[in-house]
Design a protein around this ligand. Structure first.
Ligand code: SF4
Length: 455
């Protein structure tokens, strides 16, 4: 269902699910529901799909083998104990944690107070999981006293790395209690936490540049809480901020402050220091998206192979372009199947093979792992053709701030320029694209001739 933000057509309103405050967060889908006066959807069913599996015994065997591999892996233990916010200290330690709307230095703040290690030590936290998940990574802390304490009815908040970063270091704050309160508010009001943080940090930068008439500084918790309410109800200044970071920057004549792609701001990794994102973020069809290809899997966790996040040799650029394309194709299928992506962090998971085995057992098909990837490639191409049809945001572009060097910290001096400028050539070649769109030959190769009229 949507909250006040969706009802008031906030451009970054999300849709909340029943599984512990999980969201379809990004892209403003909550505003789409709001525009149709649709508050929520209740779903139930009586059909037992397991009876319709072509080879139920095989399906159950493949399934239990996957679950066993996930359940026994070390990554599962870490995710279960700390959730995604275990990344806070890790990403900060390599200089890839953005601060102050990506304008800060590589390592300006001690982020320990908003790390999960600290939060679990200092605040009562429940651990849950999505339905039937063997990992159960959902961390739900609460704040029991002080100015940011939770009410009795809103006891716990589902807290994640992205949310903690967006409403913490990105707005210049490392106050854990204010941070948890902001996450709770965003979830209650139905706001995408990432774009909310991007918008608040943009507003602060515009105010500090004398463009926006707002008395606010980095980390000003009282003003930030006030603005979150204003945005959800489009009240006063909130009406302008509800249009999001991209439109704010353009309106006030400072588009160079926007750090995103296709009008959507970036998540919690600086692509100047995790260079795979210099390709993954800017080729993402949804724009500003870390979930179409998640490059820290190989740059931080070394899965399926370790790639140096700083390396910019031609060999590294070609490798990153290959892995980004592979991951985008794979994740297009994973998204379509609504399978959790965290399983892909496990070195002992072979997702395209596992998917082929599951589909074959379920439907009696004869898919190979390569067929699964080709299906994803078709999806990715059709998504891009959406932009071709809309006549905008077809070309992949790197925003100006990502061409400026990181001024300090372990990634000092790094930019995203080389990986993007050289990598995009390799990437387009691999995809069979020119200037951000598929060629007729590519559509033919993928059996997508029906869309040729769009070119
Ligand atoms: S399904 Fe994914 S997000 Fe949900 S609890 Fe399991 S690992 Fe976490």
């Amino acid at each position: 269902m949507i909250g006040p933000a969706g009802e008031n057509l906030v451009k970054f309103a999300g849709i909340r699910m029943s599984d512990y405050e999980r969201f379809a967060g990004r892209g403003g889908v909550g505003a789409v529901m709001g525009s149709k006066l649709l508050k929520g959807i209740l779903v139930w069913g009586t059909r037992d799909l397991s009876k319709e599996l072509v080879d139920k015994a095989k399906f159950m065997k493949v399934n239990s083998d996957i679950v066993k591999r996930i359940a026994t892996h070390d990554t599962t233990k870490v995710l279960h104990k700390y959730g995604t916010n275990v990344l806070m200290n890790i990403v900060q330690s390599i200089g890839a944690l953005p601060h102050y709307n990506f304008g800060g230095t590589g390592k300006i703040a001690d982020v320990t107070p908003v790390s999960e290690e600290y939060i679990k030590d200092h605040y009562p936290t429940e651990t849950h999981g999505c339905y039937n998940c063997p990992i159960a990574c959902t961390q739900m802390p609460t704040v029991k006293s002080g100015p940011f304490k939770f009410s009795v009815t809103e006891k716990y908040v589902k807290q994640e790395y992205e949310n903690t970063w967006a409403l913490g270091p990105n707005v210049g704050s490392t106050d854990p209690e204010a941070n948890l309160r902001f996450q709770k508010l965003a979830n209650e009001l139905g706001l995408d936490t990432i774009s909310l943080g991007n918008t608040l940090s943009m507003a602060i930068e515009l105010a500090k540049n004398g463009k926006l008439n707002l008395d606010i500084d980095w980390g000003d918790a009282g003003s930030l809480e006030y603005l979150i309410h204003k945005i959800a109800y489009r009240d006063g200044i909130g009406d302008e901020l509800a249009e999001g970071d991209y439109r704010l920057a353009v309106k006030y004549g400072m588009p160079q402050l926007f750090v995103g792609s296709r009008g959507q701001g970036l998540p919690a990794y600086d692509p100047r220091a995790l260079k795979g994102f210099a390709l993954a973020y800017y080729t993402a069809n949804r724009g500003g998206d870390h979930l179409e290809a998640y490059t820290p899997t190989w740059e931080i966790f070394g899965v399926p192979e370790k790639v140096d996040p700083f390396c910019e040799t031609q060999e590294c650029i070609e490798k990153q372009a290959r892995i980004v394309k592979w991951n985008q194709d794979l994740f297009a299928v994973v998204d379509s199947t609504i399978f959790c992506k965290f399983e892909n962090l496990m070195p002992n998971i072979d997702t395209e093979k596992d998917f082929a085995d599951l589909y074959n057992a379920a439907f009696g098909w004869d898919l190979t792992p390569q067929d699964v990837l080709t299906t994803g490639e078709r999806i990715f191409n059709v998504e891009r053709l959406h932009w071709v049809r809309e006549g905008k945001w077809v070309k992949d572009e790197l925003p100006p701030r990502m061409r400026e060097p990181i001024p300090d910290g372990p990634a000092k001096g790094h930019t995203a320029s080389k990986m993007f400028d050289e990598g995009i050539k390799v990437y387009y070649k691999l995809r069979g694209w020119v200037d951000g769109k598929p060629t007729r030959d590519t559509l033919k190769r993928l059996g997508l001739e029906e869309f040729e009229y769009l070119l």
